[in-house]
Design a protein around this ligand. Structure first.
Ligand code: UDP
Length: 231
């Protein structure tokens, strides 16, 4: 694989704390991504925002406003993680689908691909720019737009299970599963909108645990222990 999109859930960035940033976790991610970049892989990153805010969890304020706060949370995450990446020796650029003044670059496919070809790690912050979507959907959309070979989904959990392992200790992890089966079985490894986009546009996914040692590098080098999602 020459070009991948890595989706980091907000929760995974927070480490044990579950909220805000865990610097050691983010530095660990940066060191792994540096190895991929040094291997010549082009890497785009989408972060979630769940370590700060999720629109759907607010029952008091308007959903559109709550989602706007969620999208801004992903911008904070990308600015933070991108700077940790710079500290680790990479060049980065943060793109958003809406104007954020001098903080970010307004997204266009051409500008993003140009940055990737220059060896930069690009960050797609702000999701799709629209409410009622998730960062999973934003990640699939950008992966398709930049013609990534696959989407790598780094989660707090180490793959896709037939039921929630936190609730069911007998839950079984899939080594491989088709996106159609995920949709049919309502497994919700990624949300339905994102799943349908993967299916329609034939975007494969590799789902694995961010907290497993060296998991991003292992995933790219073939020693993969998560779930492969076929299209
Ligand atoms: N969000 C949105 N539109 C998008 C992407 C994200 O409105 O295209 C908002 C939504 O409120 C979501 C929040 O941003 O709850 C954070 O994203 P998400 O819940 O996907 O983060 P994760 O669970 O991956 O940390």
């Amino acid at each position: 694989m020459k070009r991948v999109l890595l989706k980091l859930s907000g929760e995974a960035l927070a480490g044990e704390k579950k909220t805000g940033f865990d610097e050691a976790t983010c530095i660990g991610v940066a060191k792994q991504v540096k190895q991929l970049v040094d291997d010549g892989v082009q890497v785009a990153i989408v972060t979630g925002g769940g370590n700060f805010w999720r629109g759907r969890t607010s029952e008091t304020i308007d959903r559109v406003k709550a989602d706007q706060i969620g999208m801004l949370a992903t911008v904070m995450n990308c600015i933070y993680v991108s700077d940790i990446f710079r500290f680790a020796g990479m060049e980065t650029e943060v793109f958003t689908p809406f104007v954020c003044g001098a903080f970010t670059t307004l997204f266009s496919k051409d500008k993003a691909v140009e940055a990737l070809n220059q060896g930069k790690v690009v960050f797609f912050a702000g999701g799709t720019g629209h409410p009622y979507f998730s960062t999973d959907t934003g990640a699939v959309l950008r992966a398709i737009e930049i013609e990534a070979d696959a989407m790598l989904l780094a989660k707090a959990i180490d793959g896709i299970y037939d039921s929630d392992p936190k609730v069911n200790p007998q839950a079984k992890k899939y080594n491989e599963i088709s996106i159609q089966e995920i949709i049919d079985k309502k497994l919700m490894a990624v949300d339905l909108t994102a799943s349908i986009m993967c299916l329609e546009n034939k975007m494969p996914m590799l789902v694995f645990g961010l907290n497993e040692p060296n998991s991003i590098v292992e995933t790219m080098r073939g020693t993969f222990t998560g779930t492969k999602v076929t299209v």
